[in-house]
Write a protein that binds this ligand. Sequence first.
Ligand SMILES: C[S@@+](CC[C@H](N)C(=O)[O-])C[C@H]1O[C@@H](n2cnc3c(N)ncnc32)[C@H](O)[C@@H]1O
Length: 256
Amino acid sequence: MSSMSAARHGLSTRMESMREYQQFAQFYDALMGDGSSRSARILEAIDRFDVDATSLLELGCGTGSVLDGLDSIPTLVGLDASAGMLSAAAAKVPSAELVLGDMADFDLGTTFDVVACVYDTVNHLVNYELWESLFEGVARHLKPGGLFIFDLNTTGRLHQLVASPPWVHDFDGNTLIMNVRSNGDEATIWDIRVFASSGDGTFTLHHENIQELGVALETVRTTLATEFDLLHEEDDSGGLPTDESSRAYFVYRRLG
Ligand SMILES: C[S@@+](CC[C@H](N)C(=O)[O-])C[C@H]1O[C@@H](n2cnc3c(N)ncnc32)[C@H](O)[C@@H]1O
């Protein structure tokens, strides 16, 4: 049975002020599709680097679409800051333990064979100190030799989104308008509006701002080098990622 709990030491003040993915949660799966390609990438890394994965933690697990494709792993734990996203995950992946918590500040009191954080979830931390804190949390929660699998939106990708016109998309009778704008330096605000059909010709507006930060890949590599070995990195076309790639995928191994 799925269980949902709050991270060990209660909710931090930062957590209490986090309001992202509350409005968006109910539309997330319809807009983002299933997570099977993200699950497949994780399974491929586990296989390639020959890890006996009996436990996996996903940070920012959202609606559980990635965990859903990882049910060959006996112990699955998902952590997310949005109760709305977690309630969708509880229905989708009843076997997973789900934790309401902040991926930049968590203590689950156990270690895992694999920690994953995918679909530009790390970018949601809005300053680099929080990224460092997440990386420290990952190191604390990984067994020696365990894998840290994650991806990032690059600075180039975020610049490109800021320069692009808003994305307008009709789905299930509703309309999404998403506009990514700069919030200074490498910070961006994703202004998301969903006009949801009430079925009688009227619409209800659901509005939410989500923030993402871009960080140079070399900064991330340098931070991780103290506690991890870089096993693999690639971009969407399988080449070495640069700050101009659309997305960067990493597999690291915990030292020790
Ligand atoms: C783009 S979604 C990805 C969800 C899932 N990993 C997937 O691939 O479908 C990002 C998720 O990160 C969560 N998130 C953002 N900031 C967080 C934080 N500080 N701690 C925990 N979860 C966070 C959001 O609530 C959201 O569910």
